[in-house]
Write a protein that binds this ligand. Structure first.
Ligand code: UD1
Length: 369
C-alpha cells in the first residue's frame, strides 16, 4: 500500500444511516492509511432527525454537506445525484461506502459507479420482496451495481446469489447497528428520560410509525390510532412522532384524539441515546422501522412490526419480532410477549466495523483500487 492516505467517503443521509456510519467512521479514524470523510446529503435536516444523532454518536460535523432536503422521490434522488457528482469530480475518493436503503444510498451509488469510483454497500442483500416499498427498489438497484457487498446475515447472501451476483463480491460482516448499540450502551444507561417521563421499568410500550403504507392514508392511520388508544388503556405507550407521521396526523384530524387519549405520551423525535434508553426499559415495542426490529432482537425485547413483510427475517426466525396488522395487534401482542431469543444472530456482536475495516484494507493492499 502506498503512503498516501486513502480517501473513503461515508454517506450519511437519513436518521437510520447515522448509527450505521458512526462505528465505521470511528474505526477508520484509527487507521493510519485511511482518511474517512463524512458526506451528509441533507435528506434528513431537522435538528432532532440529524444533528442530535451526530452529537449522540460522537460524530464530527460532516466534512461535506449537500443540503438536498425533502422532495418527491425523483427530486430527492436526482438532487443528491447532481450535487454529489460535483463533489466526486472534485475530490476523487478512492472508495465510497453507502449504508442501508434510503434514496441517498441509491443516488450516491449511481453517481459514483458512472464515474468509475468503487462503491461498497454495507447492509447489502436485504429483501422484503415488496416492490411497493421505495426502499426495496433502492436495495435492488444499489446491490446490482455496487462493487463490494457487505451483508448482515446469511439470508442476505442467499438473496444476492439468487440474483446472480458474483459470490466473490459478497462478504458477511454482521450487523453494524449493533456496533453503535454496544459502543453507546454505557452512555445510554446514564440517560434520565424514563424517570423524567415518570415511567416505571418494563411497564410501558414504545411506538414508532413512519412508513408511507401505514401513515399516508387516513383510513389506515385512523385504524392504527384506534388500536393504540385501546392498548394504552392497559399499558402506557410512548410515541416519538416522525415528521411525516406528525404532518399526516394533523392533516387527517387525528393528532388531538391521540394526544388526549389516556396512557399515550406523544413526543418529538428523540435523539439516539434518549430513544434507546426508552427501549432498554420498555415492555414491548410496536413499530414499522427496519432498525428497531434488529435492536429489539439484540436486546430480547418483544417487538410487533406493523408490516406485511420484513427484509430482516432473522428477527422473526431467531429473534423477538412478529409481523402484525392494526386488526390483529392486540392478539399478537399477547403472543409476542412470550417470544424470546437465546442468543443474538451470528455477527450481531459489536465487532462488525472491525470486520469491515479488514476487507477495505485488503482492497487497497491488493492495489485493486
Ligand atoms: C426515510 C427513508 C426510510 C427511513 C426513514 C427514517 C427513503 C425512501 N426513505 O423516510 O427508508 O426508514 O427515512 O426516518 O429514503 N422531514 C422533516 N424533517 C426531516 C426529514 C424529513 O420534516 O429532517 C419530512 C419531509 O419533509 C417529508 C417527510 O418528513 O415530508 C418524509 O421525509 P423523507 O426523507 O422523504 O422520508 P422518510 O419518511 O423520513
Amino acid at each position: 500500500m502506498n503512503s498516501i492516505k486513502k480517501i473513503i467517503h461515508l454517506i450519511a443521509a437519513a436518521r437510520p444511516n447515522f448509527m450505521k456510519i458512526a462505528p465505521l467512521y470511528h474505526a477508520l479514524t484509527k487507521e493510519l492509511w485511511a482518511d474517512p470523510i463524512i458526506v451528509h446529503t441533507g435528506q434528513h435536516y431537522d435538528l432532532n432527525m440529524s444533528e442530535a444523532f451526530f452529537r449522540d454518536l460522537n460524530l464530527q460535523t460532516p466534512h461535506v454537506h449537500l443540503n438536498v432536503g425533502s422532495g418527491t422521490h425523483a427530486e430527492q434522488t436526482g438532487g443528491v445525484m447532481i450535487a454529489y457528482e460535483k463533489v466526486l469530480i472534485d475530490s476523487k475518493p478512492d472508495l465510497l461506502v453507502v449504508v442501508g436503503d434510503v434514496n441517498s444510498t441509491v443516488a450516491c451509488t449511481l453517481a459514483a459507479v458512472k464515474l468509475g469510483i468503487k462503491v461498497a454497500h454495507l447492509e447489502a442483500g436485504l429483501r422484503s420482496f415488496d416492490k411497493t416499498m421505495p426502499e426495496e427498489i433502492n436495495r435492488i438497484v444499489t446491490d446490482s451495481i455496487a462493487d463490494y457487498l457487505w451483508t448482515p446475515s446469511p439470508d442476505a447472501d442467499a438473496n444476492l446469489i439468487r440474483e446472480g451476483i458474483a459470490p466473490e463480491k459478497i462478504t458477511m460482516v454482521g450487523n453494524i447497528m449493533i456496533d453503535s448499540l454496544v459502543m453507546m450502551t454505557p452512555a445510554i444507561r446514564k440517560e434520565t428520560i424514563r424517570k423524567d417521563m415518570g415511567l416505571a421499568d418494563k411497564n410501558y410500550g414504545v411506538v414508532t410509525l413512519h412508513r408511507p403504507s401505514n401513515v399516508d392514508t387516513p383510513e389506515v392511520l385512523s385504524r392504527l390510532c384506534q388500536a393504540l388508544v385501546r392498548i394504552a388503556k392497559q399499558t402506557a405507550l410512548v410515541f416519538p412522532i416522525h415528521p411525516r407521521t406528525a404532518k399526516n396526523l394533523r392533516e387527517f384530524g387525528l393528532y388531538d384524539r391521540l394526544n388526549d387519549a389516556p396512557g399515550i405520551i406523544l413526543t418529538d423525535p428523540l435523539g439516539y441515546k434518549a430513544f434507546m434508553k426508552l427501549i432498554f426499559g420498555c415492555k414491548f415495542v410496536i413499530t414499522d422501522s427496519g432498525g428497531i426490529q434488529e435492536e429489539t432482537t439484540y436486546l430480547k425485547i418483544p417487538c410487533l412490526t406493523l408490516r406485511s413483510n420484513t427484509e430482516r427475517p432473522v428477527t422473526i426466525t431467531e429473534g423477538t419480532n412478529k409481523l402484525t396488522t392494526p386488526e390483529r395487534i392486540e392478539d399478537d401482542l399477547e403472543d409476542v410477549m412470550g417470544k424470546n431469543c437465546k442468543t443474538p444472530p451470528l455477527f450481531w456482536d459489536g465487532k462488525t466495523s472491525a470486520r469491515v475495516v479488514k476487507p477495505i484494507k485488503a482492497i487497497f493492499a491488493e492495489n485493486l483500487i
